[in-house]
Design a protein around this ligand. Structure first.
Ligand code: APR
Length: 236
């Protein structure tokens, strides 16, 4: 731990990549863990544009259930440690796959939500976008100006990442001295390739995850523990 803490302390350019595991200790279900969302529901029938076209009400019932669950969750010590180290780094970027908004709630500012936000909504008709944290009385919700269907502001399987967020992430991965990969199973592209991209550019890669992942083998250090416990020790 001391060696890795030294890398983090001494680097001028730090990138952190997070996944659902970082929010697990806040009570947000992961996707592929023992109680994971995809253990109970088929992702293709809920998190694809095709599923939405086929049954927008069912898709929205599931997202409204997730929004309700997440609304009751607060950032944990892992989120707080990431928000704190941001202020100490000249060059810093947090790249998160999480749509729960807990990083921002913890105070993170230099953050790219590459899979969007569950609090964002977009009209499939006129393209109007806004943040909406309240529940919708009627599902599927409709756009107030054109009457079109509103969809959750998240990136579904088969969809492209938001261009700006993706470019910013790749840009940072090409120059960061240290990349921390925390709480992700590293099986969903393109984020699953970010550790290798940073490594190719000479970065030190540190993994924080109770379990082994497909990127563990290329990491310079791995910490098999919960991010709410490891990140404060690593970043504090
Ligand atoms: N601290 C750190 N890591 C944890 C913790 C914890 N407390 N609890 C679980 N983990 C790890 C698990 O071991 C697993 O490797 O977090 C990882 C969670 O993996 P997934 O559930 O697959 O979540 P994620 O990697 O974020 O999924 C990527 O897949 O379903 C899509 O769009 C969705 O953004 C998501 C993407």
């Amino acid at each position: 731990m001391d060696v890795a803490r030294g890398w983090v302390r001494e680097c001028g350019s730090l990138c952190i990549l997070t996944g659902a595991g970082v929010s697990a200790e806040s009570g947000v279900p992961t996707f592929r863990g023992p109680e994971g969302l995809w253990k109970r529901r088929d992702p293709i029938s809920l998190a694809t544009p095709e599923a939405f076209a086929q049954d927008p009400k069912e898709v929205w019932e599931w997202y409204q259930w997730r929004r309700k669950k997440i609304r009751g969750c607060a950032p944990n010590a892992g989120h707080a440690a990431i928000a704190a180290v941001e202020g100490e780094k000249r060059d810093f970027l947090l790249v998160t796959q999480n749509v729960d908004g807990l990083h921002r709630a913890a105070g993170s500012r230099r953050v790219e939500e590459i899979h969007g936000s569950i609090w964002g909504i977009r009209c499939v008709g006129c393209g109007a976008e806004r943040v909406e944290r309240d529940d919708f009385p009627e599902l599927p919700p409709r756009c107030g100006s054109c009457g079109g269907l509103l969809r959750p502001g998240v990136v579904w399987f088969g969809e492209m990442l938001p261009r700006e967020a993706s470019d910013a992430a790749m840009e940072m991965l090409s120059r960061c001295e240290v990349l921390i990969v925390a709480g992700t199973s590293a099986v969903v592209a393109p984020a699953s390739g970010y550790a290798a991209a940073a490594k190719r550019h000479g970065a030190r890669v540190i993994e924080v995850n109770p379990d082994e992942t497909p990127v563990s083998g290329i990491c310079d250090a791995t910490f098999r523990g919960k991010s709410g416990e490891v990140l404060p020790a690593l970043l504090g």
